[in-house]
Each structure stands twice: as C-alpha cells, then as structure tokens.
Design a protein around this ligand. Sequence first.
Ligand SMILES: Cc1cc2nc3c(=O)[nH]c(=O)nc-3n(C[C@H](O)[C@H](O)[C@H](O)COP(=O)(O)O)c2cc1C
Length: 207
Amino acid sequence: MNEQIIAALSNRYATKAFDPSKKISDADFATLKEALRLTPSAYGIQPWSFVWVENKEVRAKLVGAAYGQAQVGSADKFLVIAAKTDLKQAIAEYITDTTTKAGMPEENLAGFKAMMDGSADVSTIEWYKKQCYIALGFAMETASLLGIDNGPMEGFDPAQFDEILGLNSKGLTSTVLLCLGYRSAEDTENANKPKNRFASELVNITV
Ligand SMILES: Cc1cc2nc3c(=O)[nH]c(=O)nc-3n(C[C@H](O)[C@H](O)[C@H](O)COP(=O)(O)O)c2cc1C
C-alpha cells in the first residue's frame, strides 16, 4: 500500500492534454463521486456542489473562460467544484438533511443554527471555498490511485464560469476545477518532467 500510494502520486502530474478516445469507466466514475461525497468539511457543513460539465458546447465556452486552456475541452470528465454562496441557506440545508436522517426535529439543532448563523458574514464564503480544496485533494488522490490522470485548475474567470453554467441562480460560485481522463501522447513532455518539490527535510518541521 505504501509503495502503491507513492507510485501513484509520483506518476500523477498536472495533465494538460487528454486522449479523447480513452474514457473513465462507470465504476471508476462512481468511486470518484463517492470519494468527493465523503470529503470532510468544517462542522460537516459540506458547503459545495460538484458540477460535472458533460455538454461539449458548454465546455468549448468554458475553454475561453479559462484563458484558452484546452484541457477543459479535452478531458473526459470535467469537474467544477462550486462553493455555496447563500450562507444561511447552506446551514439550513445541512440541518434539514442531518435531522431528517436522524429522525429528529430541527429544533434539536437550534443552538448550532444560531451559532452558525450568528457568525456568518462575507468572510464565510472564503471559508466555504477553502473547504472546496479539500474535495479537490480527495478527488485528485482518488483519481491517481485509480490510474486516472488529472489536472487541477485555478486559471479561469469565476464570474464567466458562473454565468455560463448558471451557477448564481443555484446559490453557487465556481471555486476550483479538475480535469480528469487519460493523458494524450502529445502530453509526454509534461508527463516526463521530473517532479519539482522541496526536499522532505525542508518541508517537514518538528517543533
Ligand atoms: C489549485 C491548483 C490550481 C492550478 N491551476 C492550474 C491551471 O490553471 N493551469 C495549469 O496548467 N496548471 C494548474 N495547476 C497545476 C500546477 O501548476 C501543478 O500542479 C504544479 O506545478 C505541480 O506540478 P505537477 O502537478 O505536475 O506535479 C494548478 C494546481 C493547483 C493545485
């Protein structure tokens, strides 16, 4: 297991060109979605949606809104991790879901709701966006372990993405992107670049 993890993470790289003939299997896609669903978040709020863009015409528009980065179009699966923008609504959704599953009245979480609502302000959106990056990490690691190539992306215009995908009306804003699929032979130069990382002793500090 230890060797497998390190081998998978050494093999992964920010893929810039995907082979359009290679598709992610249904079983692997289901595992990716389940890994995303299992992502932890602060207070367990899960302040996100995972937006899978299948429509190729929409994808083509998104390439333009991602400064021409072609991998947005060539990836087999393209994920927009979007943060919830209606803070109180996000908390209300969490409370309804939790209490429904537990078969208890929503009033049982009234104290929690008051605490969360009371502290919600503009900075909360940034906090929600940070949670999205945990999901990104879960998805990248899961994909890599499954042998699926992946490329995270922040190089895009969120306002344009939100407009194209109609996210504002859904109470969402695009936060970070993930291209998934299998590397193209045209991407060999990127794939073969040695990993550029600080040495272990430079990033691990014992205090
Ligand atoms: C949050 C995040 C955003 C990134 N955004 C882009 C991007 O918009 N376009 C791109 O080509 N690479 C992007 N990258 C890829 C990084 O440049 C790359 O992961 C880093 O240089 C390390 O290389 P490696 O992933 O190939 O090991 C992003 C990476 C992360 C983690």
